[in-house]
Ligand binder design. Structure first.
Ligand code: GRF
Length: 207
């Protein structure tokens, strides 16, 4: 994936508040993702709250606005920015765009996403609402490789939380988010270490 002597350059894509991006930045800062550096944070929305939070931490940020242009045009510019920064691993963190086959192919096996459910249950939008509406007793979060399918790529790591009888979408989301902030850095550390193999759909840790 990269020369072992060089740092793994992370590119983080956000659309909103960016709390997972901050969790990754904190983990990198605390040495919990050895060999990684955050080279670029890209938002597809100029108003994303996460942008200011990234700048406050001295991270390089870029807005590649999605509104008012074609998906192809937007993706080409995004891929161009990632290429220019020689990004090794792309981390989607609340990035509200489906990536095209072309994008996935450009960074095949080098894109991760975090999703607030135990996949393959409840892919897509409002996963916490889906879990509540379905009456699930347990939910959680999943870090997975991104492929052409919706939240369907090979699973790297998962964490489980209970769904309580008095949960609202907000309270369940908060419980899951706490786990997301722990899980994403752990999963990124595994992938950055290179100590894993993908066998079919299974991501096996060699650590
Ligand atoms: C998280 O719940 C993540 O799992 C989902 O979108 C949310 C993003 O939150 N993909 P944040 O922007 O990282 O705070």
């Amino acid at each position: 994936m990269r020369e072992p002597s060089k740092n793994c350059r992370l590119g983080i894509l956000i659309s909103g508040r960016g709390s997972n991006m901050i969790a990754l930045a904190d983990a990198v800062g605390q040495g919990q993702i050895p060999g990684a550096e955050i080279a670029l944070v890209i938002s597809d929305k100029s108003g994303a709250a996460g942008l200011a939070r990234a700048s406050e931490r001295g991270l390089k940020t870029l807005v590649i606005e999605r509104d008012g242009r074609s998906r192809e045009d937007h993706e080409l510019q995004t891929i161009g920015a990632l290429d220019e920064q020689k990004i090794d691993l792309v981390c989607l963190a609340g990035y509200m765009r489906l990536l095209s086959r072309y994008f996935v192919e450009s960074y095949r096996g080098r894109i991760l996403n975090i999703h607030p459910s135990l996949l393959p249950a409840f892919p897509g939008l409002a996963a916490q609402r889906q879990a509540l509406d379905h009456g699930a007793k347990w939910s959680g979060c999943t870090v997975h490789f991104v492929d052409e399918t919706l939240d369907g790529g090979p699973i790297v790591a998962q964490s489980i939380v209970p769904v309580l009888d008095d949960d609202t979408e907000e309270s369940l989301s908060a419980r899951i988010l706490e786990q997301e902030h722990r899980l994403y850095p752990e999963a990124v550390a595994l992938i950055v270490s290179g100590q894993y193999e993908v066998v079919g759909r299974r991501v096996l840790s060699n650590r």
